[in-house]
Design a protein around this ligand. Structure first.
Ligand code: GLP
Length: 244
């Protein structure tokens, strides 16, 4: 895996956006896998600026999101559907029919998961998957003790994740306890991975991901086996890696 260190959030975001832009220039009809959370927000802003400056064109791009909470309506401001539309899609020229986010309120969640996985395969798989990382080492919503063989599936959220994500909700009780997530197998089948990490709360997870043994307790550690993975790590998130 390649490690790129960034001085700050802005530099991390610019580097990530530049990689996404390069992917679209190389293959205008590429399939992107995208993430939510605080970490990629700067990257989305950079990509929007690039789009406004005619440096990138999303008209042929397809986008699959990593995950979605179960039970939240798409209109709910905490749903990832809402997040993607309000942070990114409405500012660029991606076609609505080319954007895919799991439906967390589908009547049959297992069927929704199978369909989602099928849609990714029908599009030829993901060319570039952008990832954040949880403080417990999760990617997507693949929580510790994950089965590395899983494709898109229903997950039960870890206590630590519910705690961390409660900052977006008015109380911890409002955080959904389950979600749909691409599985580790789905993520590992992407042709390229770019993981972003920002802030000291991620330092331990980043250290274990890069230097630790590959184990289901640290889901992101599997990335060590990916043939084309890049991590863009802001300096506070890289503290333990740098021995600080
Ligand atoms: C969430 C998402 C992940 C995200 C992670 C980190 O639970 N499911 O896709 O990468 O947590 O979020 P943040 O970037 O806000 O720290």
């Amino acid at each position: 895996m390649r490690i790129i260190l960034a001085e700050n959030f802005e530099e991390m975001s610019k580097k990530a956006a530049a990689i996404v832009r390069s992917q679209i220039i190389l293959k205008p009809d590429c399939v992107l896998g995208l993430a939510t959370g605080d970490t990629p927000t700067g990257m989305y802003q950079e990509l929007i600026k690039m789009y406004e400056n005619l440096e990138v064109d999303f008209s042929e791009v397809t986008i699959f999101n990593l995950d979605e909470y179960c039970s939240l309506n798409r209109k709910n401001a905490q749903s990832y559907y809402y997040y993607m539309h309000h942070n990114f899609f409405k500012y660029i020229n991606v076609k609505k029919e080319n954007t895919y986010i799991p439906n967390g309120t589908a009547p049959d969640i297992d069927e929704e998961c199978r369909n989602y996985e099928g849609q990714i395969k029908n599009k030829g798989g993901i060319d570039l998957q952008v990832l954040g990382i949880g403080a417990n080492g999760h990617i997507g919503f693949n929580e510790p003790d994950i089965n590395f063989e899983a494709e898109t599936h229903l997950v039960k959220l870890d206590k630590m994740t519910i705690e961390a994500n409660s900052r977006f909700f008015s109380s911890k009780d409002e955080v959904p306890t389950t979600a749909i997530s691409m599985g580790i197998k789905t993520i590992m089948q992407s042709k390229m991975l770019v993981l972003l990490a920002n802030g000291e709360t991620k330092a331990n997870a980043i250290y274990k991901t890069v230097k630790g043994k590959i184990c289901p307790e640290v889901p992101a550690s599997i990335i060590q086996l990916h043939p084309n993975a890049t991590m863009i790590i802001e300096k506070n998130a890289a503290k333990l890696l740098l021995g600080q």
